[in-house]
Design a protein around this ligand. Structure first.
Ligand SMILES: Nc1ncnc2c1ncn2[C@@H]1O[C@H](COP(=O)(O)OP(=O)(O)OP(=O)(O)O)[C@@H](O)[C@H]1O
Length: 278
């Protein structure tokens, strides 16, 4: 089990008021990170990250390879816990609640903060069971009818229902790559998360499947807070309302996406978006 320390006392850290330099609105942040440092053994992957993630919008995390985007994303639902050499310090709150509080139930946290990975990873089960799995273990449905309703609604929301409604019993692994990724999004939705983390969700997909996922992200943001790691700057510009630029383990700047791409404040951001490095 990873050694996790939420060392910074709440009093030392500005609370998530939405008024921090990177905050985009007057609304309190859905997720607020303060003084977050991450170490893999002796290697420090993230340095003093302060970042607010607003509710019902898409935040893109961009930056050169190895700058710590995925590491930061994994901090948000404690996926780094499963990496033995990983140590996280600082404070991350979800609706003001410290997600590294030892009393917090991590399984519940991961239901509230779902994740979609780079490579679609459906379970080797039927399409139906891929979606029903989460609600079953979380006891979300009271009976078979309610479970069916969740399966149908989740597939509809993920834009996959029409393509699979006649073959819910076939293995999810038999779908195309793009369909599998939408199945994984449906699976994440099925447990009614508040936040969906996406780690380069389109990198294994062709342009048509990518466009479908991007459309879906845009539709989902009305109901969920979405954080997406992407290497594709056009994608960040298309799907996100806010963008945070990471470089060598630092969060250099975060702002409205348009401002980051048209008028970045930091030379390093300018260098990255103009293709000088990365
Ligand atoms: N499981 C791990 N064990 C050890 N070091 C790791 C691990 N995961 C990431 N790192 C290191 O942490 C740093 C940040 O990596 P991370 O994958 O978060 O960056 P990234 O910006 O997401 O990169 P990419 O865009 O290439 O996916 C790198 O130096 C990487 O080698």
């Amino acid at each position: 089990m990873a050694e996790l320390q939420a060392t910074a006392a709440a009093t030392e850290i500005p609370e998530a008021t939405g008024a921090s330099p990177d905050a985009g609105s007057d609304q309190p942040a859905k997720i607020a990170a303060r003084n977050v440092n991450v170490f893999y053994g002796t290697n420090q992957a993230l340095k003093d990250i302060d970042l607010d993630l607003g509710g019902n919008e898409v935040t893109a995390l961009i930056g050169p390879s190895g700058c710590g985007k995925s590491t930061f994303l994994r901090c948000l639902n404690r996926m780094n816990d499963v990496i033995d050499i990983c140590r996280v310090t600082g404070r991350i709150t979800l609706d003001g609640e410290d997600i590294y509080d030892p009393r917090l139930d991590v399984v519940q946290l991961r239901a509230r903060v779902g994740m979609v990975f780079q490579k679609p990873n459906p379970f080797p089960k039927s399409i139906y069971d891929n979606i029903a799995y989460g609600p079953r273990i979380h006891g979300v449905a009271n009976n078979k009818e309610e479970l069916e309703e969740i399966v149908v609604t989740s597939l509809q929301r993920a834009g996959l229902w029409n393509e699979v409604k006649d073959r819910l019993n076939v293995p999810g692994t038999g779908l195309s790559g793009g369909q599998q990724q939408r199945l994984c999004i449906a699976r994440a939705i099925a447990v009614s998360p508040e936040v969906i983390l996406m780690d380069e969700p389109c990198s294994a997909l062709d342009p048509i499947a990518t466009a479908k996922i991007e459309e879906l992200i845009d539709e989902l943001r009305g109901n969920y807070t979405i954080v997406i790691v992407t290497h594709n700057m056009q994608q960040a510009a298309r799907v996100s309302q806010r963008t945070a630029f990471f470089h060598l383990g630092e969060m250099v700047e975060a702002d409205e996406t348009e401002a980051i791409f048209t008028n970045p404040k930091d030379e390093r951001t300018l260098g990255y978006i103009t293709g000088r490095y990365g």
